[in-house]
Design a protein around this ligand. Structure first.
Ligand code: AMP
Ligand code: MN
Ligand code: MN
Ligand code: MN
Length: 276
């Protein structure tokens, strides 16, 4: 059976491994079809593609776009994009452009809570000068002894209502889907189970996403319980969306799942790759 892993990160965003190392690890772990989906950036795709050619793995160029929907941040996975597309490239640059100012506001909030110099601290963990994320703050805060692990940092400092959380406006759902389609790609709602929305809110999100031309939802994700695999498989069918799967791998010792460790897709859904 072909093993798919269509969600992962490298040093071009908040992953710990270079694109080359992520692809080689995926190949060693038996992944047949693999997507690199760095946050708001496609800079790692050329290196990943070269490693894929070397190892014989089938490579899917991707990205994970940050979107503001209602009061929530929602992630949209782009798959099979032409990274050279100017519309997508400009869109991603516009999403990234607010990140540095946001990081300074995060640091100001942390300073008020008694943690000074967090911007400089987080910068030490940044691996691409184009992108600073909450993950870099989390790694710094753990190292500086303010929390026991990154999960703990997010819970105590970096989520809504906490001192290092700031409101930020990302792309709209319509913009994200439009840019992805302009680049010939497929748009997939990432880890829907992570959003703190009511059941009716989820239906509104999926309805608006489908109406904007969205293609799929991530059914299999380490953010989901087995009950949610079934729930999102059903919603995929109801909304006429295809199903995707990905480990959301960020590096050794990070997160909940290693590359390729995904269960089988639930029966009755249309896998996103069958639309390719
Ligand atoms: P940002 O795009 O800067 O808001 O950072 C979002 C990233 O933070 C996500 O892609 C995850 O890698 C990480 N993240 C978010 N929530 C958590 C959490 N509860 N525990 C660990 N990492 C998280
Ligand atoms: Mn991340
Ligand atoms: Mn995400
Ligand atoms: Mn991700």
């Amino acid at each position: 059976m072909t093993k798919y892993d269509l969600h992962s990160h490298s040093t071009y965003s908040d992953g710990l491994l270079t694109p080359d190392a992520v692809v080689r690890r995926a190949a060693l772990r038996g992944v047949d079809v693999f997507a690199l989906t760095d946050h708001d950036d496609t800079g790692g795709l050329v290196e990943a593609q070269a490693a894929a050619q070397d190892t014989g793995i089938t490579f899917v160029p991707g990205a994970e776009l940050s979107v503001s929907w209602e009061s929530h941040t929602v992630h949209v996975i782009a798959l099979r994009i032409d990274a050279a597309n100017a519309t997508l490239d400009a869109g991603l640059a516009s999403i990234r452009s607010g990140r540095d100012a946001r990081a300074r506001r995060i640091a100001a909030g942390l300073a008020e809570a008694g943690i000074p110099d967090a911007y400089e601290g987080a910068r030490k963990y940044v691996t691409s000068d184009r992108l600073i994320s909450r993950t870099h703050f989390a790694r710094y805060l753990v190292q500086a002894g303010h929390a026991k692990d990154t999960k703990d940092v997010f819970k105590r400092f970096l989520t809504p209502g906490k001192p290092g959380y700031v409101k930020h406006v990302w792309a709209t759902l319509t913009e994200a889907v439009g840019w992805i389609h302009a680049a010939g790609g497929y748009a997939v709602i990432a880890h829907p189970g992570r959003y703190k929305v009511s059941p009716t809110g989820m239906r509104r999100l999926l309805g608006e996403f489908r109406d904007a031309g969205g293609d799929g939802i991530e059914v299999l994700s380490p953010s989901h319980t087995p009950a949610q695999y079934a729930e999102y498989a059903t919603l995929a069918r109801v909304y006429g969306l295809a199903a995707s799967c990905g480990s959301d791998y960020h590096g050794p010792g990070e997160g909940w799942m290693d590359l390729g460790d995904l269960p089988e897709m639930p029966a009755g859904v249309t896998p996103i790759w069958s639309r390719w």
